[in-house]
Design a protein around this ligand. Sequence first.
Ligand code: FES
Ligand code: FES
Length: 156
Amino acid sequence: MEIQLTVNNKTHTVDVPGETPLLWVLRDELKLVGTKFGCGVGQCGACSVHMDGIITRSCLLPVSIIDKAKITTIEGLSEKNNHPVQLAWREIDVPQCGYCQAGQIMTASAFLAQNQNPSQEEIKEAMHGNICRCATYKRIERAVQTAVEISKKTTK
Ligand code: FES
Ligand code: FES
């Protein structure tokens, strides 16, 4: 089945079965391998992308239902890897093995787009569904707080 989809502001046409999860279209067809396979059942967050700005688990999303929604992956989050969340992640040096981190960053960036001044509890709640086998949770929380501060400085 031929399917058109918009990923990182570019339109692509792929020929795959309609039930193919978006994750595999991103990785195998479009070679956007920043989005990771973790559990395949919506439990870990490694495959998180934005669909029209909303955080979405690409391992569960059949590519045929995306229609005209715009998908953003870690590769398209910013032009120069300078989204406040990416800057904060570098400043705090969050990753250990790195495997879960694209999903963490996509979750944090979608959350902060909705809530520019979150409390610590709100940050914990927003990030709690993203599993990190290396247990970088404390650094993730600090980095989300740092991203809030960076965003405030850059929008002054
Ligand atoms: S791979 Fe999608 S939630 Fe785990
Ligand atoms: S940094 Fe290793 S799984 Fe999160």
